[in-house]
Structures are given as C-alpha cells and as structure tokens.
Design a protein. Structure first.
Length: 97
C-alpha cells in the first residue's frame, strides 16, 4: 500500500510519461492485463488511457487492471490511469519513506 507521500512522488515521476496502453470498446481483457503486467515489470510506472468508446466506468477499469496485474493505482485523472508496481528484475524507482 502506497502512502500519500509516495503517491505524490510517483505522480511527479509520471507527469512526463505518455500512455502506453489504451482501453477501448472491448474493455479490460486478459491480453491487456498481461501487457500491463509486462510493461510494469519493465518500467515500474505506466499510464493507461481510456478511450471514449470504452463502455466500462474508469474506476472499474482501474480496479480490474490493479487486481489483474497486482499493481497499485497511483492516480485516476480524467481518462488517464497511472499504475505502479515494483519491478523484480529492473528496480529503478526509489520511493520515499
């Protein structure tokens, strides 16, 4: 579980990132979760954009990806979700205490 200070730090780190995954009409599926998990292992911090044709609510999408990828939701802002998961192999982000 991330603290407020850690979430604030990660929001700052994610500010310059571009969304690397998009959730569209099909919603969240196994393939999207696998891609999110792989991206989180490689980068630790990712942005996901929700397209206008997505029929699911953004909180539901965030929860499905969080549970599937075993990640933390850093922020939901507009139609953009930010996720964090500590990498096992390539740890690059040092969280504040």
């Amino acid at each position: 579980m991330l603290t407020g200070k850690q979430k604030r730090f990660l929001r700052g780190e994610a500010h310059h990132l571009k969304p690397i995954l998009q959730v569209g009409k099909g919603g969240v599926n196994e393939n999207l979760i696998k891609q999110a998990d792989d991206a989180l292992e490689a980068r630790e911090l990712i942005k996901v954009s929700i397209l206008q044709n997505c029929e699911e609510d953004k909180e539901v999408v965030a929860e499905e990806i969080r549970r599937g990828a075993k990640a933390e939701v850093v922020q939901i802002i507009g139609n953009t979700l930010i996720f964090y998961k500590e990498s096992k192999e390539q740890k690059s982000i040092e969280l504040p205490n």
